[in-house]
Design a protein around this ligand. Structure first.
Ligand SMILES: NC(=O)c1ccc[n+]([C@@H]2O[C@H](COP(=O)([O-])OP(=O)(O)OC[C@H]3O[C@@H](n4cnc5c(N)ncnc54)[C@H](OP(=O)(O)O)[C@@H]3O)[C@@H](O)[C@H]2O)c1
Length: 235
């Protein structure tokens, strides 16, 4: 199985790449800026390569996918994980900040799904797993662009699932809980405290557990168009 995990130089994506690697799969470790970290992740996997692309640009996603096809001939799993956030009240959010977040978190998965989808259609198989968020369903103060992008990603997931099911391509979304990755650590103390307070198990989400779930999902058949909430907070 060949898996492309976007944004796997660190955080959740790194754990997902390593989990696929542990199962003996070939993994493409994708990154935007952190080449050294991405190469370090790739070096921990038996068959892997680290490739750079800005998810927000369709030509970069196409180039990266063509490179994989040229070298390995197919892609079985795409995990659209790369994402960014920046806290600010809606009224204070600049157009540039809104565009950057939506371009990365929503247009990025669109770019990669379109680029990879063509090949999966020819293969008549594939799994696309989009990493959305609790914020996309519930909304979060200070995260208007992020919440909008993650809500949009759920719509993209359901539509892609409908369009691709006839090609035996499964498309699902996963909502991790609050994880103390770089992204999670950047949030305000108030946001961290309230994530813990709202969790029924009074725990942050463990990226390793989320990664195991994603690997399991990628090995299933007949499950598509679903949104899996792995958060301890009730939606
Ligand atoms: N952390 C949480 O609590 C939480 C909760 C729910 C959902 N999520 C979602 O889970 C996913 C992973 O989050 P994380 O916490 O692991 O984040 P993270 O630690 O900040 O890592 C983000 C990853 O995305 C990559 N990336 C960022 N912008 C990119 C771009 N324009 N093009 C390509 N790659 C880009 C980064 O690459 P570089 O290292 O090269 O910059 C990095 O690999 C995100 O989609 C996030 O929204 C996170």
């Amino acid at each position: 199985m060949i898996a492309l995990v976007t944004g796997s130089s660190r955080g959740l994506g790194k754990d997902v790449a390593l989990a696929f690697g542990k199962r003996g799969h070939q993994v493409i470790v994708h990154y935007r800026g952190n080449k050294t970290e991405a190469e370090a992740v790739a070096s921990m996997i038996n068959e892997s390569m680290a490739l750079k692309a800005d998810a927000g640009y369709p030509n970069e996603a196409n180039r990266l996918v063509n490179e994989i096809i040229k070298k390995w001939g197919r892609i079985d799993v795409l995990v659209n994980n790369a994402g960014i956030t920046k806290e600010s009240l809606l009224i204070k959010t600049s157009e540039e900040a809104f565009d950057e977040i939506v371009n990365t978190n929503l247009k990025g998965p669109f770019n990669f799904t379109r680029a990879v989808g063509r090949h999966m259609m020819k293969q008549k198989s594939g799994h696309i797993i989009n990493i959305s968020s609790y914020a996309g369903v519930k909304g979060r103060e200070g995260l208007s662009a992020y919440s909008a992008s993650k809500a949009g990603l759920i719509g993209l997931t359901k539509t892609a699932a409908r369009e691709f099911s006839r090609y035996n391509i499964m498309v699902n979304a996963v909502l991790p809980g609050y994880m103390l990755t770089d992204m999670g650590m950047e949030a305000t103390d108030k946001a961290k405290e309230s994530a813990l307070k709202d969790s029924l198990v009074n725990e942050y989400s463990n990226p390793g557990n989320v990664a195991e779930f994603i690997c399991y999902l990628a090995g299933t058949t007949g499950i598509t168009g679903q949104v899996f909430n792995l958060d301890g907070r009730i939606l």
